[in-house]
Design a protein around this ligand. Structure first.
Ligand code: IMP
Ligand code: MG
Length: 171
């Protein structure tokens, strides 16, 4: 397995600060509920949260769409539901990466049915070229090439989540 650094620690830190400032500004006067999509987004969310001054709460949703491989199964499965009722809440979904868009499409449709006051999406990485369904993203960190990425929460077969930067991986 060969790792090649794509986004450095410093670049991530700067981008997270920038996104945090925008979110902080956009949600002035509100109490924001962050919905972290497990497992990949937990590192991103924990850094992002610490850039905010507005009051916020967190919850977690577990989704499985990759059967432990680099290939999407195309089947999205809810493996852990939220603990909060999100009706009338301002909700921001935090996701690590959008690839085909199938996972986020499923999540957005699922959460909309619960009637939140507002629902927006924040992703760290956007693989635009891999998109199969159109989905609207409110906050995007980086546009990335259509290669498999690991690190900063993202895994390959559950490994490499602990890398502090984002790298491409090739066998
Ligand atoms: P999508 O449903 O194809 O958009 O895939 C989104 C999900 O697949 C994300 O939540 C990630 O967990 C995972 N994923 C997609 N691309 C990558 C990648 O390059 N590295 C690691 N995980 C990925
Ligand atoms: Mg994920």
């Amino acid at each position: 397995m060969e790792l090649k650094k794509i986004i450095s620690i410093a670049e991530i830190r700067e981008k997270v600060k920038e996104l945090g400032a925008r979110i902080d500004n956009d949600y002035q006067g509100k109490v924001l509920l962050f919905v972290c999509i497990l497992k990949g987004a937990y590192v991103f969310m924990s850094d992002l949260l610490r850039e905010l001054n507005i009051p916020c709460e967190i919850d977690f949703m577990g989704i499985s769409s990759y059967n432990n491989s680099a290939e999407t199964s195309g089947v999205v499965r809810l493996v852990k539901d939220l603990t909060f009722d999100i009706q009338k809440r301002d909700v921001l979904i935090i996701e690590d990466i959008v690839d085909t868009g199938l996972t986020l499409d499923y999540i957005v449709k699922n959460l909309k049915l619960r009637l939140p006051k507002s629902l927006k999406v924040c992703v760290l990485l956007d693989k635009t070229d891999a998109r199969k369904v159109d989905i609207s993203l409110d906050y995007v960190g980086f546009k990335v090439p259509n290669v498999f990425l690991v690190g900063y929460g993202l895994d390959f077969k559950e490994h490499y989540r602990n890398l502090p930067y984002v790298a491409s991986i090739e066998s």
